[in-house]
Design a protein around this ligand. Structure first.
Ligand code: ACO
Length: 393
């Protein structure tokens, strides 16, 4: 009989930890979440402080190197990022070819980022220095790929990056072909900072599993992108906006939510594995969405007001002890609609902003003395069967 089943751990039914809930897979100094009170720190700094005074580049530096940069370090880091923005012609060709046929831009992003490895002659160099350079390349180029996908979806030509602009400013410039106004830019930059890192979430874990086989950084980030794609993770922002659009106006929210909850449907953009109190990132963006109820565009005003009403109804319908509050994805829709970003690009943008987090975790895991991540499973299938040839069955 193959494989003896191990005795279950005491107190855990069958030893199976479904969804790996509560399982710690590593020590990490990158991100701390206290889900019971809704608090989040990057490298010890509260995200509220970072989101209000920092930039995506500064947050990326902090995540990668473990400390806030001095003025010269930040300038040098910005220059390095800006110098790595361009992507080879082969990548824009892949994007042009795939956008027309792919059902989802995340398929294109995943393919293009994977293909980036073939243009990097350091792809297989696992030295600390080469991996550090690859982190910078990936942070820069994944955003360029996302912008190129957006342009191609719009039937417009690729816009070359402008190295004189900051990361998010340049990203929006490559998307729209012109500079975006300050307030919109600030909100998108906040989203980039708040989505840059979130401990061992599903996509980061996936990147770490790939890295733990001593595969390369491109493969790890590609795994992260693949895992982020699901509607229970990164694609929840798209699903939440689709729901808001379906609701249409604030007056329809109560009936819509009541019906959905009665059918035991999940309300997209609500709930979180770790936060049982209000997601602090969502709290920051909620304030901005509240302000968008006075935006110039009627569409944005309606979206923002509908979001606020959905939140009110959910609060009324769901007892607080269930711990189901809006997550950051819930407020992404009105923010991105305000910035003129199409819904199909929400998850690729999420991926672009999460690259520093994925890279920081992979680098930390390697530096901590890599161990192959290989969990076990409880076998519940048949045993003792014998093979019979096809003509005997
Ligand atoms: N709407 C309504 N009820 C919910 C929701 C929701 N969004 N989320 C959880 N619940 C309920 C479940 O129905 C379940 O109720 P029950 O105990 O009566 O059966 C209970 O809360 C626990 O739900 P689980 O799905 O088991 O909780 P888990 O921790 O596994 O799920 C998850 C977390 C997947 C995020 C879940 O809340 C969900 O599906 N939310 C909607 C999708 C979403 O917004 N995902 C984005 C997450 S944030 C991010 O990835 C950036």
């Amino acid at each position: 009989m193959p494989g003896q089943i191990k005795k279950p751990k005491e107190g855990v039914p069958n030893g199976v930890m479904k969804g790996l809930e509560g399982v710690m897979i590593a020590e990490s100094a990158i991100c701390k979440i206290d889900g019971s009170v809704g608090k989040l720190w990057y490298r010890g700094y509260p995200v509220e402080e970072l989101a209000s005074g920092s930039s995506f580049e500064e947050v990326s530096y902090l995540l990668l190197y473990g400390k806030l940069p001095g003025p010269e370090e930040l300038e040098g880091f910005k220059r390095s990022l800006a110098a790595e923005r361009r992507v080879p012609r082969g990548i824009t060709d892949i994007i042009a070819e795939e956008v027309g046929v792919a059902a989802d831009p995340m398929h294109v992003l995943r393919t293009a980022v994977s293909a980036l490895a073939t243009y990097d002659n350091e792809a297989e160099d696992q030295s600390l220095e080469a991996n550090g350079r690859k982190c910078i390349r990936l942070i820069s180029k994944v955003s360029t790929v996302t912008a190129a996908i957006g342009r191609e979806m719009d039937g417009k030509g690729h816009v070359e990056p402008d190295p004189s602009l900051g990361h998010v400013d340049n990203f929006m410039y490559m998307m729209h072909g012109n500079r975006m106004e300050r307030h919109k830019l600030d909100l998108v930059e906040k989203m980039f900072m708040l989505q840059a890192e979130h401990s061992t979430n599903a996509s980061t874990f996936s990147a770490m599993v790939t890295a733990s086989t001593l595969s390369d950084l491109y493969s790890s980030v590609t795994s992260g992108i693949a895992t982020l794609k699901g509607p229970l993770h990164g694609e929840a922002d798209e699903a939440a906006l689709r729901m808001l659009l379906e609701i249409g106006k604030p007056g329809n929210a109560e009936a819509y939510i009541t019906k959905a909850l009665a059918k035991k449907e999940k309300i997209m953009g609500f709930g979180h594995r770790v936060y049982k109190a209000y997601d602090p990132r969502a709290k920051i963006m909620r304030k901005e969405v509240e302000g968008l109820r006075n935006a110039a565009s009627e569409e944005v005003r309606e979206l923002a007001s509908t979001a606020m009403e959905v939140e009110r109804v959910m609060k009324e319908k769901i007892p607080p002890e269930k711990g189901i509050w809006p997550n950051i994805d819930f407020f992404a829709g009105p923010i991105y609609a305000y910035a003129g970003i199409p819904i199909e690009l929400f998850t690729p943008i999420f991926a672009s902003s999460r690259v520093p987090g994925w890279c920081a975790h992979v680098m930390e895991y390697w530096a901590s003395g890599n161990k192959l991540i290989r969990p076990s499973e409880l076998y519940t299938g048949e045993t003792g069967l014998h093979y019979r040839r096809i003509d005997e069955r």
